[in-house]
Each structure stands twice: as structure tokens, then as C-alpha cells.
Ligand binder design. Structure first.
Ligand SMILES: NC(=O)c1ccc[n+]([C@@H]2O[C@H](COP(=O)([O-])OP(=O)(O)OC[C@H]3O[C@@H](n4cnc5c(N)ncnc54)[C@H](O)[C@@H]3O)[C@@H](O)[C@H]2O)c1
Ligand SMILES: [Zn+2]
Length: 396
């Protein structure tokens, strides 16, 4: 917050939207065990005594002990609180329980929280940190691919409610993010693929080199061999390529977010935070019409990306050879689930009523070309073109 005094003695209080900067550490040397405690210790005050780990039973069983020991070795008193596993528990009721625990533990404003888990844990723990005592420090330790390349960076925290998904929340940046690639060893293949569709999204928005890097990684290290690649002697190259790929994603997201921390509503340029919603108009609609049960978020985005790329091409933007390349790389992640019994009208009705849309219309995030986004008002695109493009892309 800045307080600016002018000569007329008017006091103007303006909120400086750029929060403190923070580090995102990415590596594969058992960071969780060896480094986490020191990483946190270097980013809190000398008054910080307690850290509460928020996680879920599945992740805590796998990585809780290492996390706890590492923090204890750095001199923290450590408690943990586990939420139930699943998107449906990312809500107010769970947040209230988390807050009650923090309060019972007498966590003060000097203390901190570590979010250990995927995006669900990260979003809820981040939100609890944002509102507990009006905001305390928190660290993100993302353990899914999606959380590592997307949700742990950028400071959007929140929960789902009766009004919709992710509509209640706060911008609250972490004090640091620690990404231990080794946690991906235990991640189920479908979760990995879900993360990779979002990687293809980043790469297509960012630039040709990043796109080629993603294409090359998927060719060299197909997802069906992901677990073996950790164990094989070729593992070192795999880990180094994986680390570079995740770093490229984090750097891209961090750059966009730093330039537009609060997703300014009036910005419609090709670097605004809005572009990260590429593929999400149809993606969110698909999640909604399938009652958030059939598809992983990243899979729904995979379909949404195919649709948005097709609309881009039909509008005379993304050239055909780039559309073909985009589709090829996206589908090289792995097969998307079969969309049975889903009608085009339902999908269109779902995004037309998206609550994030402004009163009269909403924006499509499209591709001008690989490496450049275009934000286009829905009213500027013929209905039939949208319908045909979605039908073609989703094969429905
Ligand atoms: N804040 C943001 O900017 C942002 C961005 C994108 C998505 N999100 C949110 O992220 C959430 C989705 O995150 P997600 O895809 O990570 O899902 P998730 O958190 O539900 O994790 C998926 C599953 O993997 C399990 N898991 C986590 N780490 C594991 C590991 N290392 N090994 C084995 N299993 C593991 C989890 O327990 C869960 O069952 C959504 O709620 C979405 O709204 C937020
Ligand atoms: Zn997403």
C-alpha cells in the first residue's frame, strides 16, 4: 500500500497491486526432504515459530513425513491438518474447518502455512492463509503437474460455492513455491495428461521455441513411460528435460501474472492475464454439462483448446499448417476421453451463461498464430462459425 500526499493536502491512498516478489524453486534432488525447511526459514521472520501443513490424506501419506521433518530440522514447530481429497471439498465448509484448526493451534500472524498437494489443496490453503487473521504467509509445495505449472503460481486462491466454481477467493501471493519433481513419480497417468494439456496451452500462447520444446519432450518421453523414465538410466536426461519444461511454464506464467496481477478487466492485449483462459470457455462449459464428474479439468481444457484453435483458424487467424501442428502436439499427450451423449446446444448454453462473462458478452481467447494470442469479443464471431468449429473439434 502506498500513501501519497499531494500539495493540496488531499490524501490519496492507492493500493500498489504488485505484491512482494517471491522465488519458485524447481528441482529433482529431493527438495522436499533436503531443502524445504531452509527455503521457508529464509523467507519468514525471526519470530516465526510454527508452520501448519495443509494437505490431504493421500498426499500426506506419500510426502507428509519428509515435509514435516524438513521443516522441523529448520527449527519450526509443525502441525498438520488434512482436508478430504477432491474438488467437491474445495468449499467454505472445509475452509472454516481449516480456520478452526489454525486458531486452535494459536497460529499467529508471524507463523506460516505450507500447502502440500495439488491445485485443490493449494487453492484452499491459500484462501485460508489469505483470510486467517487477515492474511498470513504461506508457501506452495505443489505435487501435481497442473499445480506445478499453473495453480501454485500467481496468487489466485479460492473455493467453489453455490454461485459457481472459483468465484469466491482472494489474490494472495505465496512467500515462495517449492517444486520437487520427484513427487510426480506417484501421480496417476490421467492427472499427468491433464497437466500436459495445460502445458500445450502455455506453449502455444508463449512462443515457437517453447512450443517446439513441448513437442520434442512429448516425442522423446511419451507419457506412458513417465514412471519408468524416473527409474531408468536415461533418467538424468529425462529429469533435466522435465525440469527445463516445467521451468519454461513457470517462467511464462510468472511473466504474464507479474504484468497483470489482478487480471485487469479492461485489458484485452495479447499479454493480459486473460490469455491464460485460452481453451477455458469450452473447457468450463464441458465440465459444467458433465457435472464436474466425467472429466478432469485439464482434459476439459484439452477439448476447449481444440475448439478455440479451430475457431481461430475458421476466423482466418491461425494458419492451417499451424492448426494441424497444434492439434498433433495436443493429441500426442494422449487420447482424450470419449464425449458420449453431449449435445452442442448444451455446451453453447453453458458458456453463454458463464458467470464470469460480462453482462452482454464475453471474450474468446484465440490464437493469431502460434506464440500470439488474440482476444475477440463473442459478438464479433458468427454463431454458425462457433457451432461448426466446436462440432469439428470435439467430433460431436
Ligand atoms: N489458482 C489458480 O490459479 C488455479 C489454476 C488452475 C487450476 N486451479 C485449481 O486447481 C484444481 C485442480 O488441481 P489438480 O489438477 O492438481 O487436482 P487435485 O488437487 O484434485 O489433485 C488431483 C489428484 O491427485 C492427487 N495427488 C496430488 N499429488 C499427488 C502425487 N504427487 N501423487 C499421487 N497423487 C497425487 C490428489 O490427492 C488428487 O486426488 C482445481 O480446483 C482448479 O480450480 C487453480
Ligand atoms: Zn486450467
Amino acid at each position: 500500500m502506498r500513501v501519497v500526499k499531494t500539495t493540496e493536502a488531499t490524501i490519496n491512498v492507492s493500493f500498489n497491486q504488485v505484491s512482494d516478489s517471491y522465488d519458485i524453486l524447481i528441482g529433482a534432488e529431493n527438495l522436499l526432504e533436503n531443502t524445504l525447511g531452509e527455503f521457508c526459514r529464509a523467507r519468514v521472520s525471526s519470530q516465526t515459530k510454527k508452520i501448519c501443513i495443509i494437505s490431504n490424506p493421500k498426499v500426506f501419506r506419500l510426502y507428509g513425513e519428509k515435509t514435516q521433518k524438513s521443516l522441523e530440522n529448520a527449527g519450526f514447530t509443525v502441525a498438520h491438518w488434512l482436508m478430504k481429497d477432491g474438488e467437491r471439498y474445495k468449499n467454505f465448509a472445509t475452509t472454516e474447518k481449516a480456520l478452526a484448526f489454525l486458531s486452535a493451534q494459536n497460529l499467529t500472524r508471524d507463523d506460516a502455512i505450507v500447502a502440500l498437494g495439488g491445485g485443490v489443496v493449494g487453492d484452499l490453503a491459500g484462501f485460508a492463509s489469505a483470510i486467517y487473521l487477515r492474511g498470513i504467509r504461506f508457501f506452495q509445495v505443489p505435487t501435481t503437474l497442473l499445480a506445478q505449472i499453473d495453480s501454485s503460481v500467481g496468487g489466485k486462491t479460492g473455493v467453489n460455492s453455490d454461485f459457481g466454481k472459483n468465484l469466491i477467493g482472494a489474490f494472495h501471493q505465496p512467500r515462495g513455491v517449492l517444486i520437487d519433481l520427484e513427487t510426480l513419480k506417484t501421480l496417476p497417468r490421467r492427472e499427468l495428461a491433464a497437466g500436459f494439456y495445460e502445458i500445450v496451452k502455455h506453449a502455444a500462447l508463449a512462443d515457437r521455441n517453447f512450443f517446439a520444446q513441448t513437442q520434442g519432450f512429448l516425442q522423446k518421453f511419451p507419457l506412458q513411460n513417465f514412471k519408468q523414465n524416473f527409474a531408468r538410466r536415461s533418467g538424468e536426461e529425462f529429469l533435466s528435460e522435465l525440469q527445463k519444461l516445467i521451468s519454461a511454464n513457470v517462467a511464462f506464467k510468472a511473466q504474464i501474472v507479474a504484468g497483470d496481477e489482478r487480471e485487469t478487466t479492461v485489458r484485452n492485449d495479447s499479454n493480459s492475464r486473460k490469455i491464460l483462459n485460452f481453451g477455458h470457455t469450452v473447457g468450463h462449459a464441458l465440465e459444467k454439462v458433465t457435472n464436474y464428474k466425467m472429466l478432469k479439468h485439464g482434459e476439459a481444457v484439452g477439448f476447449g483448446l481444440l475448439a478455440a484453435a479451430q475457431i481461430s483458424n475458421s476466423l482466418g487467424k491461425l494458419p492451417k499448417h499451424e492448426l494441424d501442428l497444434f492439434n498433433e502436439v495436443l493429441l500426442s499427450v494422449g487420447k482424450l476421453p470419449v464425449l458420449a451423449k453431449i449435445s452442442l446446444d448444451e455446451i453453447i448454453a453453458a458458456f453463454a451463461h458463464d458467470k464470469k462473462a460480462s453482462v452482454n458478452s464475453f471474450k474468446w481467447i484465440l490464437l493469431e498464430k502460434l506464440g500470439r494470442a488474440a482476444i475477440v469479443d463473442d459478438r464479433e464471431i458468427p454463431r454458425q462459425l462457433v457451432r461448426d468449429s466446436i462440432r469439428t473439434a470435439l467430433k460431436i
